[in-house]
Design a protein around this ligand. Structure first.
Ligand code: GYE
Length: 325
């Protein structure tokens, strides 16, 4: 206990720390309160901001002490944060790996320190098994499949004979990028009408979405039938560029997005986006329940995928309930 308090004082000076009560780890009954170190990727999207908020709220609901660090989109910051959690001797570490590779050393250090690690949102690759306990996050492959299935239905309803697609992807080598692409490509490959003109890295950022769209319009002009964008922010960045080039998004070009944040849903309701595949950021409750189980030495589910749906112009969009992120 004493060692932890001293370490906490030193750490407070060097890190952005959300110590929701974790300086005091013992409650009135003498039971120690669980301390969870969580390394978040950054603030790149409404999804990410909603995810952070949900984890903070759920830590409060479960009376868990949360040490939260924001890595500002840099893997090295995440690795440094995990090392600080190990030094602080938190009970459980959780993080959303920005990319899939490059975590072996720090995960081995956590294992040697006897601290279980939970993956939130994204997966990673390791050279040895057993360095992480479980994954709580969306089935991104299925999201890609759902996006493609919508497109096939849309092409059917419009009677399209040939469909030229441009893809704006998320961060290269991140799980959602890899799997949203794979699910989509596997599904459209069964339909001879579908043709991908180009896939381009938009890094999940609105500004990059706009840049990519400018380049794609310059290169392919009016041959573009579909924009498949891996998240809402890039979609929201791309739409004004489409309008500036004198095309009507949602009509001249079919727009497919992923996440389902409120801003994108509002644009879906206006008809400028045709389809948004939901990806829920509300992973906090499952995270807290899993952390408590790990602390109690109980077995946990290896993978927890939340249920997700598709919002599109095939339904009465006025009925979509407020999204909360
Ligand atoms: O789709 C995107 C975010 O990993 C599911 O990351 C997450 C993705 C989400 O920045 O908006």
């Amino acid at each position: 206990m004493k060692k932890r308090r001293i370490a906490g004082v030193i750490l407070a000076a060097v890190m952005v720390l959300s110590l929701a009560g974790c300086a005091e780890k013992a409650d009135e009954t003498g039971d120690s309160k669980l301390v969870l170190g969580f390394s978040q990727i950054g603030t790149e999207s409404a999804w990410r901001i909603g995810n952070t908020k949900d984890i903070e709220e759920q830590a409060g609901n479960f009376d868990i002490g949360l040490m939260l660090e924001n890595a500002n989109q840099k893997q090295e910051n995440q690795i440094a944060a995990i090392r600080r959690f190990i030094a602080y001797k938190v009970d459980v570490i959780a993080f959303s790996p920005i990319v899939e590779e490059g975590w072996d050393n720090v995960l081995k250090e956590a294992k040697e320190a006897g601290i279980p690690v939970i993956l939130v949102d994204r997966e990673l690759k390791t050279s040895q098994q057993g360095l992480t306990t479980c994954l709580i996050g969306a089935d991104f492959y299925k999201e890609g499949v759902m996006a493609a299935e919508y497109l096939i239905r849309k092409a059917d309803s419009l009677g399209l004979e040939h469909v030229n697609i441009v893809e704006i992807t998320g961060t290269q080598n991140s799980t959602p990028m890899v799997q949203r692409q794979a699910g989509f490509f596997d599904t459209i490959s069964e339909d001879p009408r579908m043709n991908v003109l180009e896939s381009i890295d938009g890094d999940f950022l609105k500004s990059r979405g706009a840049e990519c769209m400018r380049y794609l319009l310059d290169t392919y002009g009016d041959t573009i039938d579909v924009v498949y964008s891996h998240n809402d922010e890039m979609t929201l960045g791309a739409l004004p560029e489409i309008e500036k080039a004198d095309f009507v998004p949602g009509q001249d070009i079919i727009i497919i997005s992923i996440d389902g944040g409120q801003e994108a849903i509002n644009v879906l309701k206006e008809g400028k986006i045709n389809c948004v595949v939901e990806c829920t950021p509300k992973l906090g409750k499952a995270l807290m329940e899993t952390a408590l189980k790990l602390k109690a030495g109980e077995a946990v589910e290896p993978v927890i995928h939340p249920e997700e749906e598709v919002f599109s112009d095939e339904q009465d969009t006025s009925l979509i309930a407020p999204r909360g992120y």
